[in-house]
Write a protein that binds this ligand. Structure first.
Ligand SMILES: [Zn+2]
Length: 219
C-alpha cells in the first residue's frame, strides 16, 4: 500500500487545542508542523520586502490583509520541502485564503476541532502567564506548583490582555464569522475531518488518528 502524503491543515477556535494536536500529529506521522505565526516571524526577521510590510501591520496590532498573508505562506511553502507532506496551523483563516492555498497545493485533509464557545472561554480565561519566562499555566487544567507564582522561575503570574473575557468573546465571534465557513468549503471537497475538542488530549488524538486511518492516512 502506498502511503498517502498528508497535505493538511488544522483549525478550530482559540483554546481548542489545535497547537497540541498539530504537534502530536507531526510526531506520529513524521510531518513538519508549519505554524503561520512562525512563518510570519521568520519573514519579518529576514526583513524581506514582504516581511517589512507584515511588520507594519503587526506593529499596529492589525491583521495583515489576505494578499500579504497569502504571499508569505506561498513563499515559505515553496522554500520548505513539502514532498514529505505537512500540517499547517494558523492558516488559512478564511475561505479566500483556503482557495488561495488550494491553488498552490491541494489540501487533502482539513482537521476541524470543535468546542463550544463556553468551553473556549472557560479554558482561555483561566490561563496565566509568567511575567518573566512567559511560561503558561492554567488555574484548573495546569496549575503552577507555587500558588500565584511561576513554578519554573518564581516570578508573578498574570492574565494577559488577550485572555480577558470581552476580548475572547470578540475573537470567537470573528472566528464563527470568518474561519468556521471553511468547514463547509472543505466538506464540499470531501477532505473535512471533524473531531470533538472537548475531551482529554489523548482521547482526542485517538479519535483523530482513527478517523485518519479510515481516510487512508497510515502512520
Ligand atoms: Zn517563569
Amino acid at each position: 500500500m502506498t502511503r498517502t502524503r498528508v497535505h493538511g491543515i488544522i483549525f478550530g477556535p482559540q483554546g481548542c487545542g489545535k497547537g497540541t494536536q498539530g504537534q502530536l500529529l507531526s510526531d506520529r506521522y513524521d510531518l513538519p508542523l508549519l505554524g503561520s505565526g512562525d512563518m510570519f516571524r521568520a519573514e519579518i526577521e529576514a526583513q524581506t520586502p514582504l516581511g517589512k510590510i507584515a511588520e507594519e501591520y503587526v506593529a499596529r496590532g492589525m491583521l495583515a490583509p489576505d494578499e500579504v498573508v497569502n504571499a508569505i505562506i506561498k513563499k515559505r511553502l515553496k522554500e520548505i520541502a513539502t514532498d514529505r507532506g505537512f500540517v499547517l496551523e494558523g492558516y488559512p483563516r478564511n475561505v479566500e485564503q483556503a482557495e488561495s492555498l488550494d491553488r498552490l497545493v491541494k489540501i487533502n485533509l482539513a482537521i476541524h476541532i470543535k468546542i463550544r464557545d463556553e468551553e473556549a472561554v472557560r479554558r482561555l480565561i483561566g490561563r496565566r502567564q509568567c511575567v518573566h519566562c512567559r511560561s503558561v499555566f492554567h488555574v484548573e487544567a495546569a496549575p503552577s506548583a507555587m500558588a500565584g507564582r511561576c513554578a519554573l522561575c518564581g516570578h508573578a503570574l498574570i492574565k494577559r490582555d488577550d485572555d480577558q473575557e470581552a476580548v475572547i468573546r470578540q475573537r470567537l465571534i470573528a472566528y464563527h464569522f470568518m474561519t468556521e465557513p471553511m468547514a463547509t468549503y472543505y466538506r464540499q471537497r470531501g477532505v473535512l475531518l471533524t473531531v470533538n475538542g472537548e475531551q482529554p488530549i489523548h482521547f482526542l488524538f485517538q479519535e483523530l488518528v482513527k478517523k485518519m486511518e479510515k481516510l487512508g492516512f497510515a502512520a
